[in-house]
Design a protein around this ligand. Structure first.
Ligand SMILES: Nc1nc2c(ncn2[C@@H]2O[C@H](COP(=O)(O)OP(=O)(O)OP(=O)(O)O)[C@@H](O)[C@H]2O)c(=O)[nH]1
Ligand SMILES: [Mg+2]
Ligand SMILES: [Zn+2]
Length: 313
């Protein structure tokens, strides 16, 4: 871990990157490739995988995070009173879905809005295509996202992860999605010594937890890094405003600000540009309905839970 030649206690700060976040403890990889277990000094707000930090080394393999450097982006969700950081400085969100267990379209849309609000690139991956013909059910639902200009990629992480490789170059990607979609299986295929635990969905959810319990960052090569994150059951967007949410629906943007009323919620008000666009089939009813669901849950503070357990096919 520690390289010879550097004292195990430093008086000047070292620069590093958080590669794993376990609640109050973080693994930080320093520029010289040491890995230190660190805590955050004082009562600072939490760090996240991908954060660039300044640390002081306090022991052979220990350190204290003195400062989290400014972030280019922060992907997080806010469930009622809690905020849950997913990844810092990511440039791309990879939403992983699979035909089995079936996935929630609302959760995909919540991930999309969170990614759009941070101006992140998005890739949607339909995994486990070895199990079903991808032209069947799962794809019918997902083709809408291709029409919205999101890239949709089909893979079987179990058989061949190579089609994913070109999309990872020059990105810090973060894999997000429900439990059991195959995020850690993708990591294991990309990083042979990652040894991420993976498990059958019924086994993990019956035990009351997800297989992956903490986020972890991997370097694939000099230009590609990727974060595996724990499966999500809820994706609260309480930190976003109604306007942010509308903006997160990328095809709504040409119509935003064109309604008769400034505070139009696009739910039946006269002169609503978005409803007009829907009538002209320029915006899909499905997405308008999801938008309304999202803004309703903002005002009622009720965030639905998307457990894969009840949906196993
Ligand atoms: N048939 C098939 N099974 C797969 C594929 N990818 C993953 N699986 C299986 O799906 C199950 C769940 O995979 P994981 O990689 O643990 O899923 P995860 O998304 O990391 O789940 P959490 O860590 O709970 O969020 C495991 O039994 C995997 O072997 C695939 O391409 N084809
Ligand atoms: Mg996992
Ligand atoms: Zn409107």
């Amino acid at each position: 871990m520690r390289l010879p030649g550097r004292p195990s206690v430093t008086s000047s700060p070292l620069h590093g990157e958080i590669v794993a976040a376990f609640g109050r403890h973080f693994l930080v990889k320093t520029a010289d490739d040491s890995t230190l277990i660190c805590v955050l000094r004082g009562k600072k707000r939490g760090g996240a995988c991908g954060d660039r930090v300044e640390i002081y080394q306090t022991g052979p393999e220990q350190g204290v995070i003195e400062r989290i450097l400014p972030r280019s982006a922060l992907l997080y969700r806010s469930d009622l009173s809690r905020e849950k950081l997913i990844a810092a400085n990511a440039t791309q969100v990879i939403i992983v879905v699979a035909p089995v267990p079936s996935f929630s379209e609302e959760l995909i849309n919540r991930c999309l809005v969170a990614a759009e609000s941070q101006r992140l690139s998005v890739l949607i991956v339909l995994n486990k295509t070895d199990l079903v013909d991808p032209s069947r059910v799962a794809l019918n639902g997902l083709s809408l996202y291709r029409e919205l200009d999101y890239t949709l990629l089909h893979i079987s992480a179990r058989n061949d992860v190579k089609p994913l490789l070109p999309y990872l170059e020059d990105h810090l990607s973060v894999l997000v999605g429900q439990s059991g979609m195959g995020k850690s299986t993708i990591i294991n295929a990309l990083v042979p010594d990652a040894e991420r635990a993976t498990a059958d969905i019924s086994a993990t959810l019956d035990a009351g937890r997800h297989t992956t319990t903490h986020a972890r960052l991997y370097h694939l090569d000099r230009n590609a890094r990727i974060i595996d994150s724990p499966g999500i059951q809820q994706f609260g967007l309480q930190h976003l405003s109604i306007e942010d949410i509308a903006w997160g629906f990328r095809e709504f943007r040409p119509y935003i600000g064109k309604c008769k009323f400034n505070n139009c919620r696009h739910s039946g008000e006269p002169g609503c540009a978005l409803v007009d666009a829907m009538r002209e089939n320029k915006v899909s009813v499905r997405r308008i309905d999801l938008y309304h669901k999202l803004i309703t849950s903002l005002s009622t503070n009720r965030i639905p839970s998307f457990s894969s357990r009840t949906k196993i096919q």
